[in-house]
Design a protein around this ligand. Structure first.
Ligand code: PLP
Length: 643
């Protein structure tokens, strides 16, 4: 891809904004919410392609003026509202076009982004569509009940339940909420019936079914007969029998399943719905009133913009998803004249991924320099170094693999000799310089080969620049580390300039896993990102896009890097925008207290160490004041790099 663009730009003698648009694929994954301006800045299009465009560098400048340092997690409220509206409008269109008799009721699974700002906005904006919430624990249920104001929206209680969870749900039902208790294990039914009898409430019972089908991808184990959650068909029939025997079959209202997240192939979605609709139909034939079919999550996000069934993409769009779901349910239920149920989906990722962008600055770059090689070797240069010099001189298109093998062999020999003391530090350094010079020459030459030998394919990666980003992968992009998830990453400015460097991104934790070395590419994935050289005295900003789902909740405190600053903006129709909500990131004192340190005790200990130093004459009392002030400021400061 880069080669094609390079060739093209050379032909045009100029790199332009459109080349960057193509290189970073922003219009393929941006879903109309992100683009590049004529000035070469990434712009946010909060109302889609035809609305106003807000340059990200302008937002960053505004953040600095308000005293916010990078990294910042930027949320765009309009994008979140727009996603909810889009999901509902697509279902409405499919329902209207196909003549479906039920309604669509979406719910947002709180676990996907538990932050109050996000859930609150979903509850508020979603009320015009009766968009509800899904809770998988007691804490999530309390949050859902506290934030939900619309009595017609559903609150779906998934997850394992104890008596307290069940009581909370039943009490919320008493308050007028439309609550469903979904059985995840057979044993939960007795508990639900017992608590319902004790509180005098007829519960809305749902069942999570284990479907036999499995979807592909990372979360495939969420589905299938061996999945951890849900009831088998025979256990579901037992539920019917128990409810019948207690004259409570009228409480059986909902069938639920969840095949896994990020289902990238529409075929898996269709087969799941088909099996669930058959089960639903069987339950109605058993006499259960039902009324709701809940398809769980799984609606995927096209992170790499390839529109394929690749694990970080999807081979369907939202309209196709909705039409397939509605049509499949209809076709199966119409065979037996069974009334169409309300359709619930628990789309998390597809609802919130787009609304958040992680912004960070680059602190420094490590560049593999052209090696400085001597004209003649010193007399004491070991044989292996002479061999490396010869290998460098002899490189040709015909012997790239052989030269590579020689380079590795002699470099390793010098390293071995160094460890036994046979080679000095300076001699070893010389060997390393020749080694890198050989690799650079090979990397340059291999572009001329039609078939590049396997060993040489990734040679450029060894020569890639390392861009040090002011953020923590573990805190802000945990899925990039844990499951090698791809997110679109790109510079947010200078896009009219040719990105002449290729690099990987390292975070500021001291962990070798704290790096990003796989990036989206129309051909699948690439090991380096095209970047611009840093300019003296000027910040260079990158954005990681589509990070609104799962990343905030799963982040951890590696190296005690805490939560980043979070700022939300809301744009008006005329393109003006406000910074509507701001949450300061964790201070050093905050993260220390999460790890059970007591900041007050830390200060006391530091104070006595400083006083001891005064007593021992190492510092003066006024120096003690300065030392203590530095530590106290440090505790109040941001956990990330501050300029
Ligand atoms: N519903 C349930 C029961 C889940 O476990 C999950 C997440 O895995 C979701 C919904 C959300 O899935 P997604 O984010 O793919 O829409």
């Amino acid at each position: 891809m880069r080669e094609v663009l390079l060739a093209k730009s050379h032909a045009l003698q100029r790199w332009g904004v459109e080349d960057s648009v193509e290189l970073y694929g922003i219009r393929t994954w941006g879903a109309g919410f992100f683009d590049v301006s004529e000035d070469g800045d990434v712009v946010i299009c909060p109302h889609g392609t035809r609305g106003p465009r807000i340059p990200l560098p302008e937002i960053i400048a505004g953040l600095h003026e308000r005293g916010y340092d990078m990294p910042v997690l930027l949320r765009v409220e309009n994008i979140l509202s727009s996603r909810i509206a889009h999901i509902h409008e697509s279902f409405r269109k499919a329902i209207r076009t196909l003549g479906y008799k039920g309604e669509y009721r979406g719910v947002f699974p709180i676990k996907v982004n538990q932050q109050q700002q996000v859930v609150d906005q979903i509850a508020q904006f979603g009320s015009r569509y009766h968009h509800g919430l899904e809770a998988g624990s007691k804490a999530e249920l309390i949050a859902a009940v506290a934030l939900m104001r619309d009595p017609d929206a559903c609150i779906i209680c998934n997850g394992y339940k104890d008596e307290e969870f069940i009581d909370l749900a039943l009490q919320a039902q008493r308050l007028g909420f439309n609550i469903f208790l979904v059985l995840e294990m057979p044993g939960e039914l007795d508990m639900v019936l017992e608590r319902a009898a004790a509180l005098g409430i007829r519960p809305n019972v749902g069942v999570r079914s284990k479907l036999s089908v499995k979807a592909g991808g990372h979360w495939t184990d969420s589905g299938g007969e061996r999945s951890t959650f849900g009831l088998s068909p025979s256990q579901i029939v037992d539920v019917v029998d128990t409810l019948k025997s207690r004259q409570m079959l009228d409480c059986f209202r909902l069938l639920h399943y969840h095949l896994g997240s990020q289902i990238s192939n529409i075929r898996d979605i269709r087969t799941g719905v088909m099996e669930a609709a058959r089960l639903y139909s069987g339950l109605v034939e058993e006499g259960a009133p039902m009324g709701y079919l809940d398809l769980g999550g799984g609606l995927a996000v096209d992170y790499d913009g390839s529109h394929t069934n690749y694990v970080f993409s999807r081979n369907y769009n939202l309209d196709e998803y909705c039409a397939d779901v509605v049509e499949t349910i209809m076709s199966i239920l119409d065979e037996k004249d069974i009334p169409h149920p309300h359709i619930i989906t628990e789309s998390g990722r597809a609802t919130v991924a787009y609304c958040s962008v992680l912004l960070f600055n680059i602190l420094d770059v490590n560049v593999v320099e052209e090696a400085r090689l001597p004209e003649t070797l010193p007399d004491d240069a070991p044989e292996a170094v002479r061999n490396l010099q010869e290998a460098l001189a002899g490189i040709s298109l015909r012997n790239l693999q052989e030269s590579y093998n020689d380079a590795v062999y002699y470099r390793d020999e010098v390293r071995r000799m160094f460890s036994t003391g046979a080679v000095s530090l300076r001699q070893r350094t010389l060997a390393e310089r020749f080694f890198w010079a050989i690799l650079m020459r090979i990397a340059k030459e291999k572009g001329k080969l039609k078939n590049v030998p396997r060993d040489l394919e990734d040679i450029d990666v060894n020569l890639a620049d390392i861009y040090y980003g002011n953020f923590s992968v573990f805190q802000s992009l945990p899925d990039s580390w844990a499951i090698d998830q791809l997110f679109p990453i790109m510079p947010v400015h200078r896009l009219g300039e040719f990105p002449s460097r290729q690099g990987i991104i390292s975070d500021i934790t001291c962990d070798s896993d704290g790096r990003i070395d796989h990036f989206i590419d129309p051909q699948g994935m690439k090991p380096m990102l095209d970047l611009h050289p840093l300019r003296e005295g000027e910040e260079y900003y990158l954005g990681v896009f589509l990070v609104g789902a799962y990343q905030e909740t799963l982040g951890d405190l590696h190296n005690l890097m805490g939560d980043t600053n979070v700022v939300s903006i809301r744009a008006a129709d005329d393109g003006s925008y406000e910074y509507v909500r701001e949450i300061r990131g964790d201070s050093v004192s905050d993260v220390l207290s999460y790890a059970e340190y007591e900041p007050r005790r830390i200060i006391e200990n530091l104070r006595s160490a400083a006083e001891r130093a005064v007593r021992e004459g190492r510092i003066s009392p006024s120096e003690r004041f300065a030392v203590m002030q530095a530590f106290e400021d440090g505790l109040r400061g941001y956990t990330y790099f501050e300029r």
